[in-house]
Each structure stands twice: as C-alpha cells, then as structure tokens.
Design a protein around this ligand. Structure first.
Ligand SMILES: Cc1cc2nc3c(=O)[nH]c(=O)nc-3n(C[C@H](O)[C@H](O)[C@H](O)COP(=O)(O)OP(=O)(O)OC[C@H]3O[C@@H](n4cnc5c(N)ncnc54)[C@H](O)[C@@H]3O)c2cc1C
Length: 554
C-alpha cells in the first residue's frame, strides 16, 4: 500500500460555512487525496489525508483557485505509532549540541520516539532562559514592580523603589529561584528519561556526520545544533576599552551603580533600564532608532517613552554614538542627536543591542552547513540545514529569539530528523511580550505591515482610560490597538500596552490563529472588570464610541 500522509493546512479568507464547503471540495478534487475536512470556517484549518506523492504546492494551488489562501502547517506519516528507526552503526540516534531549552525539547521528543539521544553541554545546564535570561530578569522586574506599586497606592510615584540596600537580598532570592528551576526543569528531566545521556564538553562538527567532543569523535545517526546566542555589542570606538556590562553581567551585579547608560531601546534595554531605575539608579536610555520599541506600533512606543520619562528614566531617540571613553572611573558616551553633539556620563554602561547566534568555532563549513548574514544557521521549513543529516533549532537559527519558539523548534527538529515526519516550522500568530511596566504585548501584523502586504485594513485605538479594570486599579497607563481586514473584519493584529498585557494577548492570539473576526470578539462574553475586556471594547471601538456605553460593554 502506498504511504499516506496527514496534512494540516491553515486556510485564510474563509468567512462563512459556504467557504468551508468550497475549500473541502477543492481539496477533494486533487488526485490521490482520499479525505479532506474543514470542521468549520472559523477553524481556519483543513486536514487532508493523501498519498505522500501529493505535494504541498498542488494543495495550495487548489485552495488558491477556489479563492482562498493556504499554508501547510504540518505533514506527517499517517501511522499513529511512528518510531525512530535505529541508526545503523551510530552510537546515538540523535546527538544535540547545546543543553538549553531547544535542546531539552528536542531530547524529550526524541526519547518519546524511542531514540537513544545525547545532549552535549559545555556550560551551565539549562542554557540562557533559566540561568541568565527570562527567569532572572522577570523575577527582578517583579520585585521592583511590587515595591513601586505598594509604595505609591495611587500609582503616580516618581521615585525609584525598593531602596538600593535591598538589591543584594533580591539578587540572592533570584539566584535561589534560578537554581531550583534549573534543577526541576532540566536536571531532573534527565532522571525521568533514561535514554537521554548528558555529555559534558565542548562539541564541534568533524565532517559530514561526526561530532568531536573535547577530542573524542562520535558518529550519531542525526545531529541537532541548539547552541543558542550571545550578546552583541556594536563596534563603537572606545567601548571595549572603557568596559561595559551585557545583560548577563547586569542581572548579577553585586552592587548597584549610581548611574547607568543603557545603549539600546529594544526589549532587553527597556526592561532592564526600567528595572534599574526603579532600584534607584539614574538611568539614561540611548536608542539609535527614531523611537523605543521600534518594532511595535508607534502609538505604543510613544506612550511607553512618556511613562518612562514620568519615572525619571531619561530616554533619547535618534541617538548616534560616536565614541566612548573612561575618565577618572567614569564612563563618557559622546552622542549626536538631531545634529547636536552631547556627552552623557555614568558609572556603568549596559549594552543591549541584540544577540547573535553562536556559530563560530563549530567547523560548520567542513560539515557543509551554511550560515546567513548574521551568522545564523540557515534551515529549510523542516529545520534541516544544508547538510541533510544536521538539523538546527532555537536562537542559533536567528530571530525570533524567544524561549517558547526555541522549545517548539527543538521538538519539531528532532521529530523531523528521526522520523522524516516533514513537520513544518510555522510561526503564524506568534505573540511577543516586553516586560516593562506597563507591558507591551503584540501578535499578528501592525497597521504598516498589513498595508505593505497589500491588505486593506481598518484600525481601532482604545485608551485604557476607557477600560473599567484600569480605572478600578487606578492605573490607566496604556492603550489597545487592533488591526482588521477592512472587507471581512478578520482580526490581523493586536497590540496592547497595559499592566499584564502578556495575559491579555493570548485571546487575540487564538482569535488570529483561528481566523476570528472583530464581530466574534464583540459577541464573546468577557468577564466585567478584567483587563481582557479591553479587547472587546477595542473591537467595539471600530463601530461605536465606547465612552457612551453602559456597563459591561453592552
Ligand atoms: C536577558 C534576557 C531575557 C530574556 N527574556 C525572555 C523572556 O522573557 N521570554 C522569552 O521567551 N525569551 C526570553 N529570552 C530569550 C530566551 O532566553 C532564548 O530565546 C532561549 O533561551 C534560547 O534557547 P536555546 O536553547 O536556543 O539556547 P540556549 O538556552 O542559549 O542554549 C544553548 C546552550 O548551548 C551551549 N553550548 C554552546 N556552544 C556549545 C558547544 N560548542 N558545545 C556544547 N554546548 C554548547 C550553551 O552553553 C548553552 O547552554 C531572554 C533572553 C535574555 C538574554
């Protein structure tokens, strides 16, 4: 019997039950398709069972000819029980270089598929997120936030808090949390899966299918590279000599400096800049772009810059640094802003200008693995590199660098490598959060991105002054902006600046993923006095003046 695949396709542009029928029929008409199902137009998805010779392009063309857009999200062999074939003559079926989030997700998936797998880690087990990234930064941010709020019940305070003397206490508690999560989420996981072996050492590729670990050569069936990334500092004259902190150094400072210049006004620069300011450090953020959080909607950048300024964080945009020097223990940064030369001085400089993939010193050329402009490993939609036996996942393949993307990619790369499942790396409806206070959370397209794609859009912008939860909490800082397709009202993007915006964004993520419309948001119950009710109000704002409504957005 011919091998059959189950193929999942995301369908865009369906607005009624008739559309679901059209797509189903179009797919059924394709030769060698045995079955096609679209559960409802709102699902935004079709499932097809077809012989494996039916390629993605044929299915997408059939959908396009029926008047819709399709993207293949997954293709896997039909058999429920897929086992990783034992790799002949290999000491491991899969060897993973790196021991962070992408690597652990890959190892667990491989172990569940019955494979013999090894993780090679040269540094601290658990990688960036748990040790020097998400966990330490978010726990310190929370400490500063709680104190800030409790000290200023009206939330209008301008001074920083808690006192700098409590920094060491907070750092100690952060270290305890990091150690316990590293133990629970990484080290103990190894005890649960006996077919995962941890090898300590520095791994390098040694030819097409060999890995050399501190001089010893292994020949695994497949290799997955999950080496992560490192902070990047721009080549500013004098910076290296003057000395500076990166995010890793900043999150484990023994003592707080009196003042700090943060170079970079993106996610990490904003999060850490506000954190240190709230601990009493005089913070200046220098951002080269015309606005902070430059990837977000302009309304959000502008409002956040204003809130930071109200907290006495000094924010300068369009700031082009010419050089840095250290004079009498103090760091000086020479900057041109709008054609005017200025000099800023501080005790410390924190550089937060992005991260680059860890791809040097791995002998990638020798193994036939190509890299891109920023040194990222180039992969296809199955996360396979230009060497068919080598896959890659996580920060090492470049942006977007988030831990939940790394973990998703790790599992997918392992499954594709071991079973040939052909699952597709699909980042549609990917939410992101910047943990400032208020937080920025976004999903989908901005107004500008939608227009650049030729979509005709409409937008609504709602101030948090019109959201009952924000009024009751006496914190009306923020706004919600929605982007929808003009003709169909399909939600294309949601952009939230609010306390706990990271929680609010998940509803919008589901709405975009499953092709829901603005009307669907309006017609869905939202509990009164929750921040997520703001999404419904923002949806209503397309048609109505919400300031004239009674209770509960009705
Ligand atoms: C300050 C900060 C805050 C962040 N906050 C968030 C957040 O709130 N939410 C979020 O989603 N993401 C956040 N991130 C991003 C997130 O941490 C990363 O996207 C994620 O950890 C990447 O996982 P990874 O497995 O790809 O790489 P890593 O976790 O970096 O793992 C790579 C591992 O490979 C090892 N290694 C490298 N080279 C070799 C070699 N040759 N041999 C053996 N081992 C090797 C390294 O030691 C490392 O342990 C943050 C990052 C930073 C820096």
């Amino acid at each position: 019997m011919a091998e059959r695949n189950q193929i999942t396709i995301r369908i865009e542009g369906m607005t009624c039950d008739g559309c679901a029928r059209h797509v189903t029929e179009a797919l059924k008409d394709v030769s060698w398709v045995e079955e096609a199902k679209v559960p409802s137009w709102k699902s935004g998805q079709a499932t097809v069972i077809a012989e494996s010779k039916v390629n993605d392009e044929v299915l997408i063309r059939a959908i396009r000819e029926a008047g819709y857009r399709g993207v293949v999200r997954e293709r896997r062999p039909l058999e429920e029980e897929r086992r990783a074939p034992a790799a002949e003559g290999a000491d491991y079926d899969l060897m993973i270089i790196g021991g962070g989030s992408a690597a652990f997700a890959a190892a667990i998936k491989a172990a569940e598929l019955g494979a013999k797998v090894s993780i090679v880690e040269s540094g601290t087990i658990g990688g960036t997120c748990v040790n020097i990234g998400c966990v330490p930064s978010k726990t310190l941010i929370r400490a500063a936030e709680l104190c800030y709020r409790s000290a200023y019940p009206k939330f209008e305070g301008l001074t920083a808090c808690p006192p700098p003397s409590e920094w060491q206490l907070v750092i100690q508690q952060k270290d305890e949390l990091v150690a316990s999560l590293r133990e629970g989420k990484y080290v103990h996981v190894l005890d649960i899966y006996p077919n995962i072996t941890l090898i300590r050492g520095h791994a390098k590729l040694a030819g097409k299918r060999n890995v050399s670990i501190d001089g010893k050569t292994h020949t695994p069936g497949k290799i997955a590279i999950a080496r992560g990334s490192h902070p990047w500092a721009p080549p500013i004259p004098g910076l290296e000599e003057a000395g500076f902190l990166d995010s890793t150094d900043a999150l484990s400072l023994d003592a707080l400096p009196k003042s700090m210049i943060v170079i970079g006004g993106g996610t990490i620069g904003l999060e850490l800049g506000q954190l240190f300011s709230r601990f009493g450090v005089l913070v200046t953020i220098l951002q080269a772009d015309a606005r902070v959080a430059a990837v977000e909607e302009p309304e959000i950048s502008e409002a956040l810059a204003k809130y930071l300024a109200e907290e006495k964080v000094r924010v300068y945009t369009g700031a082009h640094i010419s050089r840095v020097e250290k004079v009498n223990g103090e760091r000086r940064v020479y900057v041109e802003i709008e054609g005017k030369e200025s000099t800023f001085t501080a005790e410390q400089i924190l550089v937060a200008t992005g991260r680059l993939p860890n791809t040097s010193d791995l002998s990638l050329d020798e193994a036939g693995v190509k890299t891109g402009k920023r040194g990222e490993i180039v992969v296809n939609e199955h996360l396979q590199t230009s060497n068919p036996d080598i896959y890659a996942a996580g920060d090492v393949i470049g942006d977007p660098m988030f831990v939940y993307v790394a973990a998703y990619a790790g599992g997918l790369a392992a499954e594709n490598a071991l079973t040939g499942a052909g699952r597709i790396y699909d980042l549609f409806a990917l939410p992101r959060v910047t943990f400032t206070d208020p937080q920025i959370a976004s999903v989908g397209l901005t107004d500008k991105q939608a227009s650049e794609r030729g979509l005709k859009v409409k937008t609504s912008v709602l101030s948090l002054k019109d959201v009952p939860r924000a009024l009751a909490a006496r914190d009306t800082r923020g706004l919600i902006k929605l982007v929808a397709e003009e003709e169909t009202s399909r939600l294309l993007g949601a952009h939230v600046l609010a306390a706990e915006a990271g929680e609010v964004i998940q509803e919008a993520t589901l709405a975009i993923r499953f092709g829901l419309t603005v009307q669907d948001l309006v017609e869905t119950f939202h509990p009164y006095l929750t921040m997520v009710e703001g999404l419904k109000l923002a949806a209503l704002t397309f048609e109505k003046d919400v300031t004239k409504l009674s209770c509960c957005a009705a």
